[in-house]
Design a protein around this ligand. Sequence first.
Ligand code: IPM
Ligand code: MG
Length: 368
Amino acid sequence: MKYHVGVIAGDGIGPEITAEARKVLDKVGAVFGHQFDYEDILMGGCSIDAVGVPLTDEAIAQAKASDAVLMGSIGGNTATSPWYQLEPSKRPEAGLLKLRKSLQLFANLRPAYLYNELKEACPLKDDIIGDGFDMMIMRELTGGLYFGKRVTEVRDGLMTAEDTLTYNEEEIRRIAKRAFDIAGKRRKKVTSVDKANVIDSSRLWRKIVDETAKEYPDIAYEHMLVDNCAMQLVKDPKQFDVILTENMFGDILSDEASMLTGSIGMLPSASLNDTKFGLYEPSGGSAPDIAGKGIANPIATILSAAMMLRYSFDLDQEADAVEAAVKQVLRDGYRTIDIMPQQEDKKAGIKQIGTAQMGDMICERIVK
Ligand code: IPM
Ligand code: MG
């Protein structure tokens, strides 16, 4: 089969890590007999520099016309980059939010899985880690605080800022259904995370999740308050299978979960709508401090490409092959700097490699 992949390399480490994911897709193509062709799409700071805005209508049209989009990362150093002198709607992140909204990518899947080989990189104690953990964070991506009305103005002589957190029942229902569907293919447990003891949108969230759960009698589910969830993630991460939550809570909890896997450079993501289309990107940012040094971890982006194979192209065997190659490379002792063991006595048999070498090592291990 032939697949048309839009590529948003973006800013910072984005171009380096997407290059490795493309290498891996090409290797999958060679081994399994598929063809991937790529179309570069401008978004983020690089788009601001080139055409003055973070996302053009043309770029949206290019993304829509692709079978799926692979993305690196966008944005720069918020303290020093001139992009952050622009008004908020013209900054790099505004491009990403506009793309998510334009393509209706309401379901963001962020799997946090602890590889056995990376237990050393997990900041938790051994007795908490146990046999590791494997959870899927389902983050609602096109609603809530990110897309509500916002305003900054003087009220009663005081500078005042307001952001609005809005959800309607349909927005909650569609992401809840996705979460229960995915749990059905995993360990059959959904933890819905909210702040229903304080905010109305969470109370509606809880009501709609309760209704949705009735359609899935074989899936266990529970509600958890977001502050408790943040604590439970470090206290007992194995308890989680699917975490279902709204946009902002999911943003925060997924960064926390990523660190438990050893590094934010390990966490892939898929953003899906009601069609087979998806936007696939690592959960981490553009890491401007290490951009261009050839040391960024490309694994999250490569695993995002594996998610693309699985969710947009239904190529499960190919996705399995990529995931197996990542496991094998770790088993063989190769690490980028972010996942290198810290203590000297843990470094035996472990070799530090750069971004491109990691891509090559993974390609070498892709077999049918
Ligand atoms: C993420 C990022 C984005 C978000 C930023 C870059 C707007 O942190 O994908 O988690 O907050 O959604
Ligand atoms: Mg985030």
